[in-house]
Design a protein around this ligand. Structure first.
Ligand SMILES: Cc1cc2nc3c(=O)[nH]c(=O)nc-3n(C[C@H](O)[C@H](O)[C@H](O)COP(=O)(O)OP(=O)(O)OC[C@H]3O[C@@H](n4cnc5c(N)ncnc54)[C@H](O)[C@@H]3O)c2cc1C
Length: 504
């Protein structure tokens, strides 16, 4: 289904205005979209494709977030692509990740495929033409353009990039100081001499607290309930050893990835099989770092079992050092209201602050806030059932990259890329222009489950938006397994002709 670019015309754009057509349109130039572009060039060399990105440059998450200390919380050996060795420290800054992605773009001549400042607002599928028509607005000029594509590869992530999620608390408008969400951190903000109060204790708060410690008057982390943290040196000893032995970087990358993944699998298994032993280890570590006088049970012992929410990794225990040194403190209490001088807690205490940072999470964004239509009918994504957590019933020629929670996102981005490329080639072999997942006759009344099991994984942004997400069924291929270990073997072997995917 290779297509010549610049072929047909589209009503409404002027009779002479040609509409560009591509075999594949990739939405987003974050780690998934840039990876998708790479895999297309390697695995589907004959296909034409374009990547549309609303921001002015590549990077996605790593460009959007600019708060102090912004860094990964998983290791870059596995968060990096499988095809490009990571040679830095395991936990990396946003700047280092952007540099790595920039090298991928440069080394593989991908820049010519990416168009920035293109905000996609609408995507319409026509079964008659077997084409998606995309409407995108140039964020610099406000001009709208249309592009057509055979296949949509959704790499738009899972949250709204323009703004973070801030809950409403009573009295917020009375606060005299500055209120900031980490996702829209003001450029050049000087916090020296300021009392900073951070609401939340997820990975973002755990990054900002040590980054500000010693650079402002005091930083306080206010949490409603505690979070588990795991600490470790920000080095990978195996990688260091292999480098000393002058093993080629490609080998080192692969070996270190396998070792990390094996260690993670063992740890995850322990979290499920002996959660209380793991809890004791994590708390014991916090006690060692904070000393006997610190109330670890109150501030670092969550009510949930380990790994039910992502466990934030704290490199070199910097969060704990900041607390031990007195630059930072933790308060575990509930907010009663905002007051002019800070926050009144339910306990009655007052936390005074000049600046309040709401590290309270994201707005889930389903399919990049794009209005989707299939043959003129608005697409209600929540009514669909997922095929392998990558495609959706009734939605033709479209795949979405949704990465792992408990393992690095990019592991799945690479696996889905292989799947999409294999599917595109399979369609060519079958001479098909359209593929759409459809429940088979005996599956129409199959039991449905939510996109993720809230018992198993329940971050706030997902729970708030779960009703908007597709369902899973109760058996393959209608599951969203969130399990790297099964998918790494199953996805490459999935039977594309078992009747769940229908072709035309
Ligand atoms: C602060 C932070 C730290 C994280 N750390 C880790 C980590 O260490 N390890 C891990 O595995 N995961 C981490 N995650 C999860 C992380 O989001 C993913 O791992 C990964 O970066 C997502 O990549 P992506 O390319 O799929 O999506 P994103 O990074 O979200 O990029 C999507 C891109 O699509 C663009 N886009 C969206 N909608 C449209 C539209 N309508 N039109 C045009 N363009 C559009 C966006 O502008 C964006 O550039 C972190 C998330 C955050 C917020």
């Amino acid at each position: 289904m290779d297509m010549a670019e610049m072929s047909s015309t589209q009503p409404g754009q002027g009779a002479d205005a040609p509409v560009e057509q591509f075999d594949v349109l990739v939405v987003g130039a974050g780690i998934s979209g840039v990876g998708g572009a790479y895999h297309l060039t390697q695995q589907c060399a004959g296909k034409t494709f374009v990547v549309l990105e609303s921001q002015a440059d590549f990077g996605g998450t790593w460009r959007t977030h600019r708060y102090p200390g912004i860094r990964s919380d998983s290791d870059l050996h596995t968060f990096g692509y499988r095809f490009k060795p990571w040679t830095g420290t395991p936990i990396a800054t946003a700047g280092e990740i952007l540099k790595y992605m920039g090298e991928v773009i440069e080394e593989n001549d991908l820049a010519r495929h990416i168009r920035y400042n293109h905000q996609i607002s609408r995507a319409s599928w026509s079964s008659e033409d077997k084409l998606w028509t995309i409407e995108a607005t140039d964020t610099a000029t406000g001009k709208t353009s249309r592009i057509q594509a055979r296949f949509l590869w959704m790499c738009q992530g899972y949250y709204r990039h323009s703004e973070g999620y801030t809950p409403e608390w009573p009295g917020m408008d009375t606060f005299k100081g500055q209120l900031i969400h980490p996702q829209t951190w003001p450029e050049g903000l000087d916090l020296s001499g300021k009392r900073v109060l951070i609401i939340g204790s997820g990975a973002t708060a755990a990054t900002i607290v040590p980054a500000l410690a010693g650079k402002c008057a005091h930083v306080t982390m206010l949490q409603r309930s505690p979070t588990f943290f795991i600490t470790g040196r920000n080095v990978n000893e195996l990688a260091q050893m292999l480098r000393e032995l002058q093993i080629p970087e490609e080998w080192t990358h692969e070996i270190v990835r396998r070792k990390i993944l094996k260690d993670q699998a063992t740890f995850t298994e322990r979290c499920f099989n002996e959660p209380e032993a793991v809890r004791e280890e994590l708390l014991g570590n916090a006690r060692n770092l904070l000393g006997p006088d610190f109330d670890v049970d109150k501030h670092f012992n969550p009510s949930y079992r380990p790994w039910r929410q992502r466990i934030a990794f704290v490199p070199d225990a910097d969060l704990f050092t900041a607390i031990r040194d007195g630059h930072a403190s933790v308060v575990t209490d509930e907010i009663d209201s905002f007051v002019p001088e800070g926050i009144r807690l339910k306990s009655g205490d007052l936390l005074q602050a000049d600046v309040i940072v709401t590290a309270t999470g994201f707005h889930l964004s389903v399919l990049g806030d794009i209005d989707f239509f299939v043959d003129g009918k608005p697409l209600d994504f929540s009514k669909t059932v997922t095929y392998k957590g990558a495609m959706f019933t009734g939605v033709p020629n479209m795949a979405w990259v949704f990465g792992y929670f408990r393992a690095s996102w990019t592991l799945r981005a690479d696996l889905i890329a292989d799947f999409v490329c294999r599917l595109l080639k399979h369609m060519d072999e079958r001479d098909a222009q359209m593929v759409v997942p459809q429940l088979r006759e005996n599956e129409l009344s199959m039991a449905r489950k939510p996109w993720v099991d809230p018992e198993n994984f329940n971050p706030g942004y997902l729970l708030r938006g779960l009703h908007l997400m597709p369902s899973q069924g109760d058996h393959e291929p209608w599951l969203h397994a969130q399990d790297y270990w099964s998918e790494k073997d199953e996805l490459p072997r999935v039977d594309l002709d078992d009747g769940a995917l229908t072709y035309r």
